[in-house]
Write a protein of this length. Structure first.
Length: 120
């Protein structure tokens, strides 16, 4: 199991992604892990919190600490630490780089309607 660290307000916290992380997420959100799309900021904070708890059940990290003063910089910090956790998730699920690129291309293609595609 790979461990990484996130930094929130200058304090480092260990995070991991494993089955316990997914279970923690479900406990925090009362929603199945595979039901979540992780597009909501609350879900992103929940997965970060779940990963911190999986790494250290006595972590001092809280959702309130993540929210900080509720500024744009605090939001950017959440996005940054969420990215760290999702990289760990990629490792856990063994998603090869090629598949990640293909998935990103498919998402881009799905988002474009016929009149939204650039014309040559």
């Amino acid at each position: 199991m790979k461990q990484n660290f996130i930094k929130i307000n200058g304090v480092e916290y260990p995070v991991v992604f494993n089955l316990l992380t997914m279970s923690n997420f479900e406990e925090i959100t009362n929603k199945g892990f595979f039901e979540a799309n992780l597009n909501k900021i609350n879900e992103r904070m929940a997965i970060v919190m779940a990963a911190a708890l999986a790494a250290d059940k006595d972590t001092s990290l809280t959702i309130d600490i993540m929210r900080g003063k509720e500024t744009l910089d605090d939001y950017k910090q959440i996005v940054e630490v969420y990215s760290v956790v999702m990289l760990l998730a990629n490792d856990f699920f063994n998603i090869p780089e090629v598949e990640k690129e293909k998935e990103n291309e498919e998402k881009t293609d799905e988002g474009e309607g016929e009149d939204e595609k650039p014309k040559n």
